[in-house]
Design a protein around this ligand. Sequence first.
Ligand code: SAM
Ligand code: SF4
Length: 354
Amino acid sequence: MSTQFLSDSFGRVMRDLRVSVTDRCNFRCVYCLPETDQAADFYRSKFDPLKNPAPIKLELPPLQPRSQLLTFEEIERVVRLAVELGVEKVRLTGGEPLLRRNIEVLVAKLAPLQGLKDLAMTSNGFLFQHKAQALRAAGLTRMSFSLDSLDPANFKKMTGRDGLEEVIHSIRLAKQLGMNPVKLNAVVIRGLNDHELVDLVRFAMNEGVQMRFIEFMPLDSNRGWLRDLVVSGREILERLSAHFDLEPSVVTQPSETARRWKVKGTESEIGIIAPVTEPFCGHCNRLRLTVDGKIRTCLFSLGEHDLKGLMRNGADDGTVQTRLRSIVWQKEDRHHIGEIEFKQPERSMSCIGG
Ligand code: SAM
Ligand code: SF4
């Protein structure tokens, strides 16, 4: 077993690996994979036709052919090697991870890995009820669900699907199965769901789960992101503070993406993730493994590093770990959102693995 860590040239040590298990999704979220007429209308209404006369085209990104997907054995191998090099947290994501057939089999392979302290999944929750028992039995104890709206019509506008009931059922089921913590993620978009901030917090408090609000990032497949659509973390906090008595929670890890706030006198906590207006790159300890076996050292990386080819060419564990270390060494210092030179990555969030 190696004693070396995955350190970058800025002194950051990688502890957190996000694993995308599929680039397919059964939702069409307006901020990720927009496809519906409602989504197109929303973006059109926000663009200045004089500056941007071209109509918004909602084309879905190409999907990886199945032969290019990492197998469960390959994913397990990368995770094991990364854990040997100090990674402690793994999150299964996508696309929609519950669309990957037999995903519980992968969970069962990863959960017992020695040194892995935290295995979690992020899902839109639509299919969770069909897999919940199997995932729990396989050793999954932490779930995050996306929940952007509590209004069925707005939920459909935001996700492109009728599914609010199923998602609420999933949240309750995860709690009943003893999953802890259960977190809810809402991407906040001005003019779409920012009027629901307080209702979402009240809902989370009633359900005994943690609500987290995320700033809209330029990672949507139609490249329709506009700065004006971002509700800053600061504004979210101000708007919530008018309704709840909030106090900052103790920060246990500087690398935490969420700034957390406690609702005074309760056990409830709210997280605000503000990568656009308050970047946390200086403490970033995350890596991403794409569904086709590429390592991304930043959500906004313009380049990727192939591990699949290396593994399929018969590289031994030591060689893969050496490659991982050299990739991490090249991790970029920060993202450049808001700067002239910022370029949106080619792959959208659903293909990168959020
Ligand atoms: N399909 C699953 C889900 O929605 O939870 C997992 C994958 S999704 C890409 C992971 C997370 O990325 C979700 O919490 C989603 O809200 C977030 N996300 C997607 N696009 C985003 C964007 N443009 N800006 C900020 N967060 C985004
Ligand atoms: Fe699918 Fe998740 Fe992207 Fe929504 S955020 S389109 S559920 S991958």
